[in-house]
Structure formats: C-alpha cells, structure tokens
Write a protein that binds this ligand. Structure first.
Ligand SMILES: [Zn+2]
Ligand SMILES: [Zn+2]
Length: 300
C-alpha cells in the first residue's frame, strides 16, 4: 500500500476501477456479492489510544477476516519502519504476515483502513483474482475493498489541513467516492454518516455524481436530452451505414452492431457492473443484466 506524495484528484483510474467491478462480479457471482450487503461498521474497527497496540491491531484484523469471510485465515500484524504504508506476505496461509508502517503506532485510528486493504489482498489471493501489473492490481484491491464494504475506511483516512495531508490507497479520493457510491446505489446504504473527515465527504459527493452519470447514458431511459439527441443522430448514421463503422467512439459508451446484420443492435455498459449489454434497436426495451441482475429500462 502506497504512502505519501501529493494527493492526486479526479478520475484518472476510472477505466481500471470499472474493469475491477466487472471482474469482481464475474469471479464472485451476484449471490456472493449480495452477502456483502452490510459494511464494516465504525464500532467494529474502533481503536482508541488506550488500547494495547498489538492486541488492538490483531482484533481489528480479525474483524476484517470475519467481514470478508476468510475461513481459518490468521493475520499476524507487526510494525516496522518502511517506505510503504503497509504490506502483506501472500503465502499459502493460513497465517499471513502483515506489516504496518511505524507511524500507525501513533495514528491508530487509521489501522483499520490499512488492514482493510491488506486483508483484501489475502482475499483476492485466495480467489486467485488479480490484474497484471502492480498498478492495476492495487486498483483492483482498493476497488474490491470498497465495493465489499470496508473501503469507506480508506476514504475516511484521507484528511487535509493547513499543515498536512494524508491519504491511503491507490485510488484518488473521488474514485473511492465513486466506488462507494456504486455500492451505496446497489445496497441502498448511506456511508456518508460514518465519515469523520470532511474531505472524505466532499470526495464522496463528487464520486456519487459520477456514479449517477453512469445511470444517465443513452440508450437508458434516464439519459438527458443532449445525450438522447446525440444517440438519435448516431443511430440514424448506423442505420444508413447498416452499422458499418459505427463501433465504439471516444467518449461514447454505446456502440451499434458494426457488422451490418439486421436487425441493428446496440451494446452499452451496464451502469451497475459495467458488463456490456446488447439489445435490439426497436424503441422501448427492458433488459436484465446477466451478471449483476440489474433491470435496465432502455429507449433504443
Ligand atoms: Zn496493496
Ligand atoms: Zn450489470
């Protein structure tokens, strides 16, 4: 887990974040994702300065192991001086050695956030789910942590004041907010009540706006006027060309079947899981995503 440096903002990793959500549904299935309807609660991972450092860290780690339902996994937490915020040794188990940066000795309230990420590494390791390359794999880990109910801790560890800033994880605060919002929309949850950091709340609001935009893209009926108009023009073009050359374009999430077969079809990403859905172009269509089971009202 990375540590320090200037805090990056916005949505530079959004493509990989979305691919992570799709990968999670594919590997876990809808039913397993549904078992994560309840988030880790603040009381579960609370850590006060009077708690014993090692016993407290072990207790929080156990709570996360329980949350992710990792049978017989045991985390052995230690502290040492290091450049990174934290790391975990991915061995065969059932014991896993987690190292936390020495600074957590005096920043105990963020130990839950660091462990949420590290224990998720173990979870994904056991699932044999990974992305190639450190960067993408860390984005997958942060996204999975957040989507499965423990990542609000990572966003809440983001704090800025006049003197200093702190952020954990690879996603930007807004991207954590985005994944948290995606989760909130699926489980009808309001994580904002758990934030202690005002900056976390702001990032969540921005992430929620981005998540809502996913639900307002044509051919979904919730699309706005401008998007619908552009869609109608692209559809006319695709019909004229019998679909030829009407593949995905930059910044446009939908694509018409480009092989000229009749009838014309349109594909677009599911707003919940980002898996591509394909429906016939014939006006009002109700589709159901085969991966996350979201019912999608479309006007094609
Ligand atoms: Zn990591
Ligand atoms: Zn879906």
């Amino acid at each position: 887990m990375a540590n320090g440096g200037p805090v990056q903002h916005g949505f530079p990793h959004l493509e990989t974040v979305r691919a992570s959500i799709t990968a999670l549904y594919k590997r876990l299935s809808y039913d397993t994702v549904q078992t994560f309807a309840t988030s880790v609660l603040p009381a579960d991972v609370a850590f006060c300065d009077t708690d014993d450092l090692y016993l407290g860290a072990q207790r929080v780690a156990r709570e996360l192991v329980r949350h992710y339902r990792l049978p017989d996994a045991r985390m052995v937490v230690s502290f040492r001086e290091m450049n990174h915020a934290a790391s975990v040794e991915l061995a065969a188990g059932p014991e896993y050695f987690v190292e936390l940066n020495d600074r957590f000795r005096t920043h105990r309230r963020d130990i839950g956030a660091a462990l949420a990420h590290e224990v998720m590494h173990v979870y994904l390791h056991r699932l044999d789910l990974s992305f190639p390359g450190t960067r993408d794999n860390e984005i997958l880990t942060d996204t999975a942590t957040t989507y499965l109910g423990a990542g609000w801790l990572l966003l809440d560890a983001y704090r800025e004041d006049a003197a200093s800033s702190q952020k954990l994880g690879y996603l930007t605060p807004e991207e954590f907010g985005y994944v948290l919002a995606k989760r909130a929309l699926v489980f009808a949850e309001d994580p904002s009540v758990w934030f202690t950091s005002p900056q976390a709340y702001t990032a969540y609001v921005k992430g929620m706006a981005e998540a809502r935009r996913d639900e307002q893209q044509p051919p979904l009926t919730a699309a706005g006027w401008a998007g619908r108009r552009r869609y109608a023009r692209d559809r006319r073009h695709a019909q004229d060309q019998h679909g030829a050359g009407a593949g995905p374009r930059q910044g446009v999430p939908y694509a018409f079947t480009p092989d000229g077969r009749e009838p014309l079809r349109v594909s677009f990403p599911c707003p919940t899981c980002q898996q591509r859905i394909r429906v016939p172009v014939r006006g009002r269509v109700r589709a159901r995503c085969g991966l996350c089971r979201t019912v999608l009202e479309c006007d094609t």
